[in-house]
Design a protein around this ligand. Structure first.
Ligand SMILES: Nc1ncnc2c1ncn2[C@@H]1O[C@H](COP(=O)(O)OP(=O)(O)OP(=O)(O)O)[C@@H](O)[C@H]1O
Length: 356
């Protein structure tokens, strides 16, 4: 019998995650996960054990599900392979509108204290203007000490150098428009710039669902989530984690370092897919946030091979050993190996499968 993890009602839309894994490693019944209601899911595991691969499986399934819109924040370019899939859009170097960031976020983004003159000037510029050019004009014409104006202009020049702000930047409506989903390829950006993009998109997805101006339920999928929960994107991600359920905004976050995520991100996730984790800090972070399920069970059932996972489901208050299914879309996140480079081969799993 197929079980649907995360489900709180009898029927609805779901995606195929894999199969139950018996203690001898053999495959059991199929496992699906619920996409009908909003969820906060966490995918964790040490490097190389399948986090990005599993995220890709979830994105493939979300793409096939009706009524939902996967929006993938891709910091490593691991999801650009979805560009070849019909109904998918890959936006390389996505841009956002300057006024998609609240004034406070501008100070945080530029490392400014909003109570100091330069931060306060940038804050006012962001309040009064809705473009970066407008903010620059505001600062240039401000009645402030010239050193303060100069410092503010220098900080805004840094933001300009990222080339991510544009008056016709991506909106949440555009993010949910493609038939199957959208990938925001931020691999060319530094950490501040990708944080600004994710902050703007996450805030806007939440806003449009509160305003009920889009019908599809967005699923924001964030790889390397520790980089975003530790940056300017954090307040918007926290909002989805703590308040996304009512407007129907879901989050899937993947990280190899659950110990550095805010506790709320771990404790509020209702579906945890844990690949192999060997750092005690990371295992403790999960166990402390979910003592009821994790004590003993995770270490006892520690996955050993890439693609194996322990799935903790809040809806059924249960823990399962699962083998994640194979990808249909080529996985773009595998590491190259020197031996394959020498033989001219790739080690993409899809290529390997085709050959096999
Ligand atoms: N479910 C699976 N089925 C088959 N192979 C898998 C599966 N999951 C992972 N793999 C293999 O393991 C490799 C590493 O997976 P992946 O790139 O997702 O690791 P990761 O944990 O995201 O690592 P990183 O932190 O470096 O991004 C993949 O390239 C693939 O070959």
């Amino acid at each position: 019998m197929t079980e649907v993890l995360g489900r709180t009602r009898d029927e609805g839309i779901s995606g195929h995650l894999g199969h139950y894994r018996a203690r001898d490693g053999s495959a059991g019944a199929p496992v699906r996960i619920d996409f009908d209601g909003p969820h906060v899911s966490l995918v964790v595991g040490k490097r190389g054990y399948g986090k990005s691969y599993t995220l890709g499986v979830l994105v493939e399934e979300l793409a096939d599900a009706k009524g939902v819109a996967p929006v993938v924040a891709d910091p490593m370019g691991a999801f650009t392979t979805f560009g070849g899939v019909s109904g998918f859009e890959v936006v390389s170097e996505p841009r956002v509108s300057a006024d998609a960031l609240p004034p406070r976020a501008w100070c945080d983004l530029l490392g400014l204290d909003h109570e100091r003159p330069t931060g306060s000037l940038v804050w006012r510029a962001a309040t009064e203007s809705n473009t970066l050019a407008g903010m620059n004009d505001f600062v240039s014409n401000a009645e402030a000490n010239s050193a303060t104006c100069r410092a503010a202009r220098n900080h805004l020049a840094l933001a300009e150098s990222w080339d991510i702000f544009s008056p016709d930047g991506l909106t949440a409506e555009q993010c949910v428009e493609p038939e199957s989903g959208i990938v925001l390829d931020c691999s060319g950006y530094d950490e501040s710039a990708m944080n600004a993009v994710v902050r703007a998109v996450a805030e806007d997805l939440y806003r449009v669902r509160i305003a009920e101006s889009v019908r599809k339920l967005p699923w924001l999928v964030v790889d390397e989530a520790h980089a975003f929960f530790g940056g300017v994107a954090a307040p918007a991600l926290r909002t989805i984690v703590t308040r996304g359920r009512r407007p129907g905004v879901s989050l899937v976050a993947a990280t190899q370092r659950p110990a550095v995520l805010p506790e709320v991100a771990v404790s509020q996730s209702d579906l945890l897919v844990a690949h192999r984790l060997t750092s005690r800090n990371d295992r403790d972070a999960l166990a402390n946030a979910r003592p009821a399920y994790m004590q003993g069970s995770f270490t006892d059932r520690m996955p050993e091979t890439p693609g194996s996972a322990v799935v903790v489901d809040d809806a059924t208050e249960s823990v399962h050993a699962v083998r994640i299914r194979k990808r249909r879309v080529e996985h773009g996140g595998g590491s190259p190996s020197a031996s394959n480079v020498c033989s001219g081969e790739t080690n993409s799993p899809v290529t390997e499968l085709r050959k096999g």
